[in-house]
Design a protein around this ligand. Structure first.
Ligand SMILES: *Cc1c(COP(=O)(O)O)cnc(C)c1O
Length: 414
């Protein structure tokens, strides 16, 4: 069967060897998974989740007990005062956009302290001209780059001391940048420093890909608000779409007024049959994140042994589920991505090619044979076509499927 799938004996032998080497990492991942599962279970118990919460509302969505309770469960799990968890968010980018437009007013300054934010925010901020950008509404943007994967503390403190920065964004995951992801300890440290000189500035975290990777979430170390997608970690591969904003009550309320209607906020928004799926997704999320992490660790060690340059290395501490592999040339990168597609359960016979995707500056290749379109908590691999030709791989609903996908990709490349 392995032969028929296109994996040769030597590769399987290498995989067995690698699995022995990564046992310690797997044990750590399992321990974190159990801890986060307990967090979820406690939140379900505390909120008395029952059958009635699986019901739906339609139309305006007044009095949706399921939706309201889901938001309490998410808040509890994330250490938030309140949360907005909605399928009316069409993506993580949309939730980030809603929160930025909710918090910022004309004349305000928005400061990113992890360098340039995720590519899809270029048009939102106005880095890429757009007549509906924050810039078009008179909101100023500044950024401070990381230095050797650390916050540029001096520049950040000097800038926020002046008091006219309204919002700071920290993007933990690396996006399409060639840098490390931001550890929770780094977030904690910089927030402490910022708070010494500025109590007012809103500290917002783009938490995409980071939930449940560790035991502590950013709100627990002083962040004001966090944002993430439900077709990533917290959707557990089951949520069919949506995103969340969680944190300080006033900020969640402002976000709700922007997402729906001033004056209506959280009170409206029909759940349209999604409630059970969102709850089930969250329930599975710790384990699905663990499977994604195991897949990433396995891929990292395999590709390192084969002479490529993965980051993080298999034994490095992770802050997100993303595994990058620098291929150095275009052909291997494309073949690897195409192999990930071949090893997927859906659309396995489609062959992804680089294309001009909306919201991205370079051509992008995206491999994702997922049950939910574009879901990247399911095994997926994407890459902007630019040197040094780095693939960004993430996801894996189960470790077994993740491993098989990675083996298929390696076979396709060699
Ligand atoms: C995925 C991602 C986003 C955007 O999420 P979408 O749901 O794809 O719009 C934003 N920031 C980071 C770091 C991401 O990984």
């Amino acid at each position: 069967m392995y032969n028929e799938f296109g994996i040769k004996k030597e590769l399987l032998n290498l995989a067995s060897e690698v699995e022995k080497e990564i046992k310690v990492q797997f044990e750590d991942i399992e321990e974190i998974c159990e801890y986060n599962s307990l967090k979820v279970l406690n939140a379900f118990r505390e909120n008395n989740i029952s059958d009635m919460h699986f019901n739906q509302t339609t139309g305006y969505g007044y009095g949706d007990i399921g939706r309201n309770t889901i938001e309490k469960v998410f808040a509890k799990v994330l250490g938030a005062e309140d949360a907005l968890v909605r399928s009316q968010f069409i993506s993580g980018t949309h939730a980030l956009t809603v929160s930025l437009f909710a918090f910022l007013r004309p004349g305000d300054t928005f400061l990113s302290i992890t360098g340039k934010p995720y590519d899809t925010l270029d048009s939102v901020i106005g880095i890429e001209e757009n007549e509906s950008s924050l810039k078009a509404f008179g909101i100023k943007y500044e950024q401070i780059d990381l230095i050797n994967n650390e916050f540029d503390k001096e520049s950040i403190i000097n800038r926020v001391k002046t008091g006219n920065v309204k919002l700071i964004e920290i993007q933990r995951s690396r996006g399409y940048a060639n840098r490390n992801s931001i550890q929770i300890e780094q977030v904690e440290d910089i927030i402490k420093e910022i708070r010494k000189v500025n109590k007012e500035v809103i500290i917002m975290i783009d938490n995409c890909y980071c939930e449940f990777v560790g035991k502590i979430e950013p709100l627990e170390v002083g962040a004001d608000v966090i944002v993430g997608s439900l077709i990533k970690n917290l959707g557990g591969g089951i949520a069919p779409n949506g995103a969340y904003i969680a944190g300080r009550k006033d900020l969640v309320e402002l976000s709700a007024q922007r997402l729906t209607v001033p004056g209506q906020g959280k009170e409206v928004g029909p759940s349209l049959g999604m409630n059970k799926l969102l709850l089930q997704g969250l329930f599975f999320a710790p384990s699905v994140v663990a499977s994604s992490l195991k897949t990433a660790v396995f891929a990292s060690r395999m590709l390192e042994k084969l002479g490529y340059n993965p980051s993080p290395k298999y034994n490095e501490k992770r802050a997100d589920i993303v595994q990058t592999i620098a291929f150095g040339e275009k052909e291997s990168l494309i073949k690897y991505c195409q192999g990930i597609q071949m090893g997927s359960p859906v659309d396995a016979s489609s062959i992804p090619e680089p294309w001009d995707m909306p919201g991205y500056q370079d051509q992008v290749i995206m491999a994702s044979g997922a049950f939910t379109q574009g879901s990247s908590i399911e095994l997926s691999c994407d890459a902007p076509i630019r040197p040094p030709y780095i693939a960004f791989m993430q996801g894996g609903l189960t470790y077994e499927y993740g491993k098989l996908g990675v083996l298929k990709a390696i076979s396709n490349m060699k």
